[in-house]
Design a protein around this ligand. Structure first.
Ligand SMILES: Nc1nc2c(ncn2[C@@H]2O[C@H](COP(=O)(O)OP(=O)(O)O)[C@@H](O)[C@H]2O)c(=O)[nH]1
Ligand SMILES: [Mg+2]
Length: 480
């Protein structure tokens, strides 16, 4: 068994591989700049690229996650835009053949406003926005133009540490694109760094009030598709319009929605049949402009859903926002981003660094690079965290099945509910080291038995081996 490599060791090992490489490439400014850039990235938050087809709701997802309207919507082919955490709003743009420069910007009406309006010079190919938002302390979001075989969005996805792929057409034409983003340089890493979001979920089932449950069913069906299983860790439905409107809901707006919910049912249903009818609805205490704004922000589905929620008990903007986060799928998307990406940030960042190092070592061999490449391969093969991520994806998709409660236990031990020992061992937050020790020893015994279970298939025994190793790793950490 290769020794257990914890995430922190992984970063240290990666740094030491890079110092070896810096020594090899002394006197080669391009190579050392590349290495320094990737070393620097190890210290920064994980980079998550949002990719998908035109109008798949990428910018809407960015806004829902950030909680403010930072990304312009339906904006056509915008350049790749990074949203990073920062104390004040700041926008820097990059274009070929000239130094980057800043465009004055401010935070107004819960959104980003550029001094230039929505316009950017034509040659800008990359925008970096600093924005004060809690989520952006832990990750950098990269909004991208429509995904094509080899365009800037593809580039951004390949360079990012993880990818959220938005699609409405699974498991159809877009999967090969997503699969092409999965690299295999270090053996079959599997879908460790991708989530698929079934976007614009409200439009499924004709926008009826049960659209979201139809979208959930559809996502469940897609999870069983082998093409989807090799492409991602999870498939989640998401109604972006409602999610963003819910997160940026204001009290005045809630008052309007509340008023709408008091309109008698038949009349209300009639108003919400089409945007035109809603715009002509003079019984609401809102001007035509305000009605237009409301229907653009929420869509008819969103208005039907919110009025239904208000009628059934959501009595404040806060309550309504919480319900909408749940029902739109935003809570699940955030949670999966946290579990799959933020909690595994070290490992995923290390992987990006290895890929970059591997490219350099292969393309510019020098004395000493062959040995480094061999070290790199050994480190990658011993990285247990990847094995865990692959196992989670296999269990989630049903590709590997375990009997009884073993599947749930395996998932939890492999970190599906969080990667702390408490989370993995399903212990109360105040459980002490002794309790954890007892629990993990029992699990380790159990999973070692399963490793040799003759009734298990090879895949099931391999799953047991990975879980046993996660337990062994915890035991080592707990005993200091
Ligand atoms: N009905 C509906 N419309 C959406 C949803 N998400 C985005 N849109 C609309 O689709 C258009 C494109 O959205 P945008 O986020 O800019 O897509 P992008 O091109 O992928 O960045 C905008 O007019 C959005 O208001 C959604 O979940 N439901
Ligand atoms: Mg966009």
């Amino acid at each position: 068994m290769t020794p257990f490599l914890a995430a922190a060791d992984l970063l240290a090992t990666t740094r030491s591989l890079f110092s070896g490489a810096l020594a090899c490439y002394q006197g080669n400014p391009r190579a050392t700049a590349w290495l320094r850039h990737h070393l620097d990235r190890l210290e920064q938050p994980i980079q998550v690229a949002i990719v998908g087809g035109p109008r798949s709701g990428k910018s809407t997802l960015v806004n829902a996650l950030v909680g403010e309207e930072v990304a312009p919507l339906a904006a056509g082919a915008r350049p790749v835009t990074c949203y990073r955490g920062g104390p004040v709003p700041r926008v820097r743009v990059h274009a070929p053949h000239r130094p980057p420069w800043e465009i004055p910007a401010e935070r107004r009406n819960r959104g980003l406003r550029l001094a230039t309006g929505n316009q950017l010079p034509r040659d800008v190919d990359r925008v970096v926005v600093d924005w004060p938002a809690r989520l952006l302390r832990d990750l950098t979001l990269i909004d991208t133009p429509p995904l094509t075989g080899d365009g800037p969005a593809h580039q951004a996805a390949v360079q990012a540490d993880a990818v959220v792929h938005l699609t409405r057409h699974l498991p159809g034409t877009e999967l090969p694109l997503l699969t092409s983003l999965q690299d295999n340089t270090f053996g079959p890493l599997g879908p460790v760094s991708a989530l698929v979001v079934l976007s614009r979920a409200d439009e499924i089932a004709g926008g009826g009030i049960d659209a979201l449950s139809s979208a959930k069913q559809l996502a469940r069906r897609f999870r069983g598709d082998p093409r989807a299983q090799v492409a991602c860790q999870a498939i989640l439905p998401f109604a972006g319009l409602v999610a963003t409107a819910g997160r940026t809901l204001r009290d005045e707006e809630f008052a309007l929605l509340q008023h709408l919910s008091t309109v008698p049912r038949e009349e209300r249903e009639d108003l919400l049949l089409s945007a035109d009818r809603f715009l002509a609805a003079e019984q609401l205490p809102a001007s035509e402009d305000e009605r237009r704004w409301l229907v653009e922000r929420w869509g008819l589905f969103g208005l039907r859903l919110t009025t239904a929620l208000i009628r059934t008990g959501c009595g404040s903007a806060v309550q309504l926002a919480a319900q909408l986060a749940q029902r739109s799928g935003l809570s699940d998307v955030r949670e999966m981003i946290r579990l799959c990406f933020v909690e595994r940030a070290e490992v995923l960042k290390a992987r990006t660094a290895w890929l970059a190092l591997d490219v350099l070592l292969r393309s510019e061999p020098r004395p000493g690079t062959r040995e480094l490449a061999a070290d790199l391969e050994r480190v990658a093969a011993g990285a247990h965290d990847f094995a865990e991520l692959r196992l989670l994806a296999a269990l989630e998709s049903g590709r590997v099945q375990l009997p009884g409660d073993l599947a749930d236990r395996a998932r939890q031990l492999a970190g599906s509910h969080g990667t702390t020992p408490h989370a993995r061992l399903a212990q109360d937050p105040d459980a002490g080291v002794e309790e954890l020790h007892l629990a993990v020893s029992a699990e380790l015994r159990d999973w070692r038995d399963h490793m040799g279970n003759p009734a298990f298939t090879a895949d099931q025994r391999e799953a047991a081996r990975i879980v046993a190793r996660s337990c062994a790793g915890m035991l080592i950490r707990l005993t200091g």
